[in-house]
Ligand binder design. Sequence first.
Ligand SMILES: O=C1O[C@H](COP(=O)(O)O)[C@@H](O)[C@H](O)[C@H]1O
Length: 242
Amino acid sequence: MTGRVLPDPPTLAREVANALIQRLAEAQAAGRVPSVALTGGTIATEIHRELAELGPGSAVQWHLVDFWWGDERFVPAGSADRNDAEVLRILADLGAASERLHPMPAVTVGCGSVHQAAARYGDELRRHGSQPGTAGEFEVVMLGVGPDGHVASLFPGHPALDAEAVAVGVTDSPKPPPQRITLTLPALNRARAVWFVASGTTKAEAVAAAHRPGPVTENPARGVSGRLETIWWMDADAASLR
Ligand SMILES: O=C1O[C@H](COP(=O)(O)O)[C@@H](O)[C@H](O)[C@H]1O
C-alpha cells in the first residue's frame, strides 16, 4: 500500500487526474483496452473536472476506454444526486465511446427493483469481462471514502459486505439517498490498481482506521486492494491522523 499526500484538494485533484491519464495511456500503449471504475464524492468531482481540463490533447484514446461506476444512487437519470451526473458529460466531451460508457441503471418507469437493476449491471460487467480481448478486470478502481470508512456503497456493518454477486442493491443506506447499487468487495478487488481518494479533516479518522489492521465490517475500505497496486491519494488534512 502506497500513500501519496498532496497539500490541498486542488493539487490532489490535479495530481490524480494526471496519474489516471498517464495510467490509461500506458495501458493502451501495452495493447489493453482499459476499464476504469469511477467513484462519486466531493474530491472525485474535482478530479473529473481536472480530467476535462487535462484530457484533451493527452495521449489517451478516450474512445478506447471503458468507464464503469463503483456505486450509484438509484434515482432518476440526470438527478444531481447521481454520481454520474456531471462526469458523463465530461467523458462524452473527451470523446468516450457511448458503447463504452456503462452508467449504473437509473430509476425509470418499469425498471424493477434496485436488486433487479443491480443484477442487470452485474450481468453487463460479467459479459464484458468474458469478451475476447478484455482482461476481465479493472485497470483502476477509484474509491472515495466516507467519514465512516464506507467505500462505493458498502457501509460499516452492512450485509452487502458479505455479498458474492458482482453488484447488489442497497435499500437502507445510512447516507441518503437510501437506495443504491454497489459493486461488491469481490468485484472491486478484480482490479490491477485500487486508488483511494480522500480529502479533508472529516476523512482523517476513517483514513487512519483503514491503515490499521481490523475487521472490514468496521471500516469497509480495509477490504479493497489492487492486485498490483493500492494507492491512497490524500490531501494533508485527510492524511493527518495516519
Ligand atoms: O455516497 C457516497 O459517498 C462517498 C464519499 O463521498 P464524499 O462526498 O464524502 O467524498 C463516495 O465515494 C461514494 O461513491 C458515494 O456514493
